[in-house]
Design a protein around this ligand. Structure first.
Ligand SMILES: *[C@@H]1O[C@H](CO)[C@@H](O)[C@H](O)[C@H]1NC(C)=O
Ligand SMILES: *[C@@H]1O[C@H](CO)[C@@H](O)[C@H](O)[C@H]1NC(C)=O
Ligand SMILES: *[C@@H]1O[C@H](CO)[C@@H](O)[C@H](O)[C@H]1NC(C)=O
Ligand SMILES: *[C@@H]1O[C@H](CO)[C@@H](O)[C@H](O)[C@H]1NC(C)=O
Ligand SMILES: *[C@@H]1O[C@H](CO)[C@@H](O)[C@H](O)[C@H]1NC(C)=O
Ligand SMILES: *[C@@H]1O[C@H](CO)[C@@H](O)[C@H](O)[C@H]1NC(C)=O
Ligand SMILES: *[C@@H]1O[C@H](CO)[C@@H](O)[C@H](O)[C@H]1NC(C)=O
Ligand SMILES: *[C@@H]1O[C@H](CO)[C@@H](O)[C@H](O)[C@H]1NC(C)=O
Length: 900
């Protein structure tokens, strides 16, 4: 039952196979039933797929070679060589079944083909088993090169190892260093990908990504777009055959992964007719690297043979003959494969001139796997040593390798767009002796994007928009409100980092899209948002730490940082000879002196007449006395003096108020200065914090920073005992408000703050925990190298030093440093105004009391002008106790008063 079922299947199969063979025999003369038959294997002979045109031409050249041998009277023991052709459909099992069937029913002395590597991988061992040679014209998998594994296999097409070597040399020629491979997952594709990996590695070229095209599902494994764009390489090698390459290219076209961003290198010349003409600009610029016969590179070939073959082809199948210069290269290799076999066969049988029909006999069963070619070893030996000039160049094999040892040539063709059509333009040619040389006729390469400039081959950052995070942190990043001519205010970012970003942008050409965060943003959270791809970059005072490096990458250092300790400034009240002057500012002291002199003069005027202590004195003594009274009043010392006139008493009251307040203020301020002095030097650096000279709760640390990590690690032994802060601003505030006594912060920031803004805060001790700030990017980011190169260039050009000078070495504190804790004039202005008002009241009072005298004096003045020789008018006395004995003296002292 089982046997009969199997048998029926075999019978049906044989019938079907016969039908198929007869189907492809149409145009050519019927092959007579010779005892010497050669089997040709072709992928598609029915005109349905992209590769069928190539297959049909290969078959034509195969048959032409057989017919040519007949024309040349190359008979094998009196018999013509005849042929069979089968269509395998690209399926190794069909190829095997066809071969098995042909061997079973005909006297097949050799196989031409199969066309595909995956078929050859099955047919080559089968040929070895039967003992007949198989010579392929198109199987290029490097794995098939091993002469020991495949002793009966040969090929006239060069192995892909050579193609890859040529490609690697193309990369070196154009200074490309890395590529992405897309390959189909059969012997051809994997063999090619493996060769690329090995040979590129040997040439110091990188394969950054290998992407698989599945020939079963006709789909790419993974997301093509993200795979290609996430890799730095911008050169794509597509290792797929004529049937699959157009599918991949169409997919890439749909996803916009061709020119001008990506440069594609193809291993076959795909038909360009299948693409929509709207996509021609994107397709142009691709390069193909194809094996070619010697004629293309002007290497010697046997043109006699070639022309003879073409004329036979034209004679029998003119509808498939494309013209002598358009014949598919594989067809030419197919001719040489056939011709090698014919030559070998001829040579084999010429060794048996007398014994009829022994050189082509088989032994054993008719079942294909059990029969064997009798003279197998001799035949193979002959082929190993065969050498002739074929139509593709010199043909020569060896016993160690299945590859031809001479006559391997490649051509690089460039897809160019001209007048609404796409063409393959040969630009470079390769031979194993000369490497790549420019093609003699056409050699201008038009790269993707219609450019004549060779692409760099890697992802360029230029023109790319980068989402960048910055965080307010003076002086790295600060906001500055500027007002333009129309009065509109805009907030602008300034600072060290912004300047640096500008320089990087100029150098690299990216477009920054800056997102600004206030100073209380957590650095660790922001780093996380770069790690997860929300932002591209985080640039600022971000310390490079091991923990952060685990989740993100850093650029090389953009600022060399260290930590310092900041405390309230005690240095400005240092004890010296003049410490007693410190409680009041210089202006206040001068004002006070002025007020004393003013009060003294006023006192002299007001009291001059009524006060005994001021009478009978010279003018110097009078002034000295008045000053003494005034000084005593201001100091509250109460110099043995009592005002006797009412205006004098008012002035004295004013002086007392001045004295009361000033003495109290001076005393209080001096006391506070002395208290501060006592605490000077209570902490001199980080070691004092470590040693507990400051209670931990008085040490402020900004949380979520590398400083917190440092504190926990080095100071507190992982105990969260510090005073938590959220920003630098809060730290400054807490220090000034005496909520904390010390804090730790980046030295750059602190130097800036203490130098230019907070002059009463100071840094103590030396720097510690040296570190670097770096730009944060995602791990394995495409452009990290670009940034490193740009940063190094800036460093070498001295830009960093310039920026550092600009932002860190300003000093806005030098003039105002003496202010310190001294009491300023501003805080005492009210007191002096009060005194001024009181003194004015005293003057007015005095003048009111002297009003009659003033009036008389005034009238006398007028009168004197009218009668210049009139007598001196004696002023009437208003003062109660003033003696009138000496009017002349009285007069002389009154004048100054009136003329004051
Ligand atoms: C077969 O190919 C030829 C040339 O390539 C073309 O002109 C013809 O239309 C094709 N026939 C079919 C049935 O596809
Ligand atoms: C082949 O043989 C035929 C008949 O024997 C003869 O006419 C022809 O010239 C020969 N051709 C060559 C190339 O020797
Ligand atoms: C490749 O680099 C070399 C040396 O840097 C340079 O001389 C040459 O012009 C470059 N070639 C191309 C195609 O860019
Ligand atoms: C590859 O790089 C290594 C080390 O840099 C060097 O020794 C070797 O010569 C390079 N090989 C080629 C082919 O450039
Ligand atoms: C080519 O593409 C254009 C626009 O995408 C479309 O309108 C047109 O139908 C396409 N032509 C073909 C033959 O697919
Ligand atoms: C070309 O091939 C023919 C036939 O094998 C041979 O007679 C001829 O000498 C060859 N020409 C060259 C240049 O090798
Ligand atoms: C390859 O062929 C060329 C041209 O026939 C010849 O000059 C060269 O010596 C050959 N090379 C080898 C390795 O046989
Ligand atoms: C800039 O960044 C913001 C925040 O990430 C984003 O919403 C915006 O779309 C970006 N703008 C551009 C032009 O990329």
């Amino acid at each position: 039952m089982l046997f009969s079922g199997k048998f029926r299947w075999l019978w049906l199969y044989l019938l079907f196979g016969q039908l198929m063979i007869s189907h492809v025999r149409t145009a050519w003369p019927p092959s007579n039933s010779s005892n010497v038959q050669v089997l040709g294997m072709f992928e598609y002979l029915t005109n349905t797929t992209a590769s069928s045109v190539s297959s049909i031409q290969c078959r034509a050249m195969f048959i032409s070679a057989i017919l040519l041998s007949q024309q040349y009277n190359m008979t094998i023991q009196g018999q013509n060589i005849s042929w069979q052709a089968v269509e395998t459909g690209g399926d190794p099992m069909t190829a095997l079944a066809d071969t098995c069937q042909a061997v079973s029913i005909s006297n097949i002395v050799g196989v031409i083909g199969p066309g595909l590597s995956r078929e050859s991988a099955v047919i080559a061992p089968f040929a070895s088993r039967v003992g007949i040679p198989a010579i392929s014209y198109a199987a290029t998998d490097p794995a098939l090169s091993d002469g020991n594994a495949y002793p009966d296999f040969y090929r006239t097409i060069p192995t892909d190892s050579t193609a890859v070597l040529a490609m690697a040399q193309l990369f070196i020629r154009f200074n490309w260093t890395s590529c992405t491979i897309i390959y189909q997952n059969d012997e051809y594709g994997t063999g090619g990908a493996q060769a690329i990996n090995e040979i590129f590695d040997a040439n110091n070229l990188t394969v950054s990504e290998a992407i698989v095209f599945d020939t079963a599902t006709l789909a790419i494994h993974g997301d093509l777009k993200s795979l290609l764009t996430s890799s730095a390489a911008r050169i794509i090698i597509l290792w797929a055959d004529l049937d699959y390459a157009p599918l991949v290219i169409q997919k890439a076209l749909d996803l916009d992964l061709l020119g001008p961003v990506f440069t594609w290198i193809l291993s076959v010349a795909v038909s360009l007719d299948s693409f929509n003409s709207t996509s021609y600009t994107k397709l142009s610029g691709m390069i193909t690297v194809e094996p070619v016969p010697g004629s293309v590179v002007n290497a010697p070939i046997n043109t006699t043979l070639l022309n003879a073959a073409y004329s036979i082809w034209e004679q029998y199948e003119p509808q498939t003959f494309p013209g002598a210069d358009k014949v598919d290269y594989y067809a030419i290799f197919a001719f040489d494969a056939t011709w090698s076999l014919i030559q070998g066969l001829n040579q084999l049988c010429s060794s048996y001139p007398n014994i009829s029909s022994t050189c082509t006999t088989f032994t054993g069963d008719s079942f294909c796997f059990d029969c064997r070619f009798v003279n197998s070893d001799m035949f193979i030996n002959i082929l190993d040593n065969t050498s002739f000039l074929g139509v593709s160049g010199p043909i020569q094999f060896s016993n160690t390798s299945t590859d031809r040892i001479n006559g391997t040539y490649y051509i690089a063709r460039n897809i160019q767009h001209s007048s609404s059509s796409l063409n393959y333009v040969p630009v470079l040619v390769w031979s194993n002796s000369d490497g790549w040389t420019t093609n003699t006729q056409t050699n201008v390469i038009i790269w993707p994007g219609n450019s004549l400039v060779v692409p760099t081959g890697y992802a360029a950052i230029s023109g790319l928009t980068l989402d960048i995070i910055v965080v307010d942190s003076a002086p790295y990043i600060m906001t500055s409100v500027i007002q333009d001519s129309s009065g509109e205010t805009t907030t602008k970012l300034i600072g060290y980092i912004i300047d640096l970003l500008d320089k990087l942008q100029t150098q690299m050409g990216f477009i920054p899209n800056i997102t600004y965060f206030p100073s209380d943003a957590s650095y660790d959270d922001l780093i996380e948002s770069v790690a997860n791809g929300t932002f591209d970059l985080f640039i600022g005072d971000v310390t490079i730490t091991a923990a952060r490096r685990e989740i993100v990458d850093f650029s090389s250092s953009i600022f060399d940082n260290a930590l310092r300790v900041i405390v309230r400034d005690a240095a400005s009240v240092k004890l010296d000879l003049w410490s007693y002057l410190k409680p009041f500012s210089v202006k206040l002291w001068i004002t006070l002196l002025g007020a004393t002199i003013y009060a003294g003069i006023l006192m002299c005027i007001l009291e001059r007449e009524g006060n005994e202590a001021l009478q009978n004195r010279s003018i110097i003594s009078l002034i000295g006395m008045s000053m003494w009274f005034s000084f005593g009043g201001v100091m509250g010392a109460g110099a043995d003096f009592g005002a006797t006139t009412a205006p004098g008493r008012v002035l004295n009251a004013g002086l007392s108020i001045l004295s009361l307040i000033l003495v109290a203020a001076y005393t209080a301020n001096l006391a506070s200065d002395l208290t501060v002095l006592k605490t000077v030097g209570f902490i001199s650096g980080i070691n004092d914090i470590k040693n507990g000279k400051v209670p931990p709760s008085r040490v402020g640390i900004i949380t979520g920073t590398s400083i917190e990590d440092y504190y926990l690690r080095e100071v507190s032994g992982r105990s969260l005992n510090f005073y938590p802060l959220i920003s630098t601003d809060e730290m400054i505030e807490a220090l000034l408000d005496k909520k904390i006594d010390a804090s730790i912060m980046d030295s750059g920031t602190l130097e800036y703050l203490t130098n230019s803004m907070f002059c009463n805060l100071t840094l103590v001790g030396t720097t510690f925990d040296q570190s670097s700030f770096g730009i944060v990017f995602q791990k394995n980011w495409l452009y990290d190298q670009d940034f490193d190169i740009a940063i190094l260039t800036l460093r070498e050009s001295g830009t960093f030093d310039t920026l550092q000078k600009k932002w860190f070495q300003t000093n806005g504190c030098s003039q105002s440093s003496e202010i310190g804790t001294a009491m300023s004039i501003d805080s005492m202005a009210g007191l002096f105004m009060t005194f001024a008002v009181i003194s004015a009241v005293a003057i007015l009072y005095f003048m009111w009391r002297k009003r009659t005298a003033i009036k008389d004096r005034f009238l006398a003045l007028i009168h004197r002008k009218k009668s210049p020789d009139s007598q001196v008018i004696v002023l009437s006395q208003t003062g109660s106790d003033i003696s009138s004995e000496n009017p002349s003296r009285r007069r002389s002292t009154i004048y100054p008063v009136l003329y004051l």
